[in-house]
Design a protein around this ligand. Structure first.
Ligand SMILES: N[C@@H](CCC(=O)N[C@@H](CS)C(=O)NCC(=O)O)C(=O)O
Length: 212
């Protein structure tokens, strides 16, 4: 049995944030696949035994079980002493960007991608609204990165790993990221980290079986 078990599925950018952190640290980890697209996260068994919030990712490390990607990243940064903070001011800055990511960037991006790439709703008032919200978040991030290689402290941290979670899937999101020059450069910096792996190569469940 591996040291870390990550409950995940390949299409989850939230799980990717954690999988990437484990991979960049050369951790001994294994995925426990969750059948999201067939409703596994809604089953009583999952809520009773894995995560009462009904969400992926969940990380198990010995007797410790953690949920919420931001909390898990914080735990792993402390555990590995990598991708973390130098001092409490920087720690709060990292936290600030992780909260911005969860609330403003990932939430709208992930929902938009779900509707476009998986539920295939076509363009609706909802997709248009979500796209506007996602674009506002990308503008904030792009502006912040104008004179920076990474989000906090001039080096890669868990803030970068959180914010990039969905952004290697621009085609599935349906937003051309090439207009965000600084985001593009920054994604290139993340891709250059030794051990960086594409989300679909890191976690099980891709490609999805064709709908019957
Ligand atoms: N803020 C949470 C979001 C987790 C989340 O929304 N996970 C999705 C998969 S990417 C999920 O499990 N959704 C299940 C559902 O909504 O039923 C985190 O960062 O961990």
């Amino acid at each position: 049995m591996a040291e870390f078990t990550l409950h995940c599925f390949a299409q989850s950018g939230n799980a990717y944030k954690v999988a990437l952190m484990l991979e960049l640290n050369g951790a001994d980890w294994e995925p426990a696949w969750m059948d999201f697209f067939n409703g596994a996260s809604r089953q009583p068994d999952f809520r009773d035994n894995v995560n009462e919030m009904g969400e992926i990712p969940v990380l198990e490390h010995g007797s410790t079980k953690l949920t919420q990607s931001g909390v898990i990243l914080d735990y792993l940064a402390e555990h590995f002493e990598t991708y973390g903070w130098n001092g409490s001011t920087e720690r709060r800055d990292i936290l600030r960007w992780i909260l911005f990511d969860n609330h403003k960037l990932t939430s709208y991006t992930a929902t938009l991608r779900f509707l476009r790439a998986f539920a295939k709703t076509g363009e609706t008032e909802i997709t248009r609204w979500l796209e506007g919200r996602a674009l506002s978040a990308y503008k904030v991030l792009d502006r912040h990165l104008a004179e920076r290689d990474f989000v906090v402290g001039g080096r890669p941290t868990i803030a970068d790993l959180s914010l990039c979670g969905y952004l290697f899937w621009p085609d599935e999101i349906g937003i051309d990221l090439s207009r965000f020059e600084n985001i593009n450069r920054w994604l290139g910096n993340i891709k250059s980290l030794p051990g960086w792996t594409d989300p679909y190569a890191l976690m099980p469940g891709h490609p999805l079986p064709a709908a019957g």
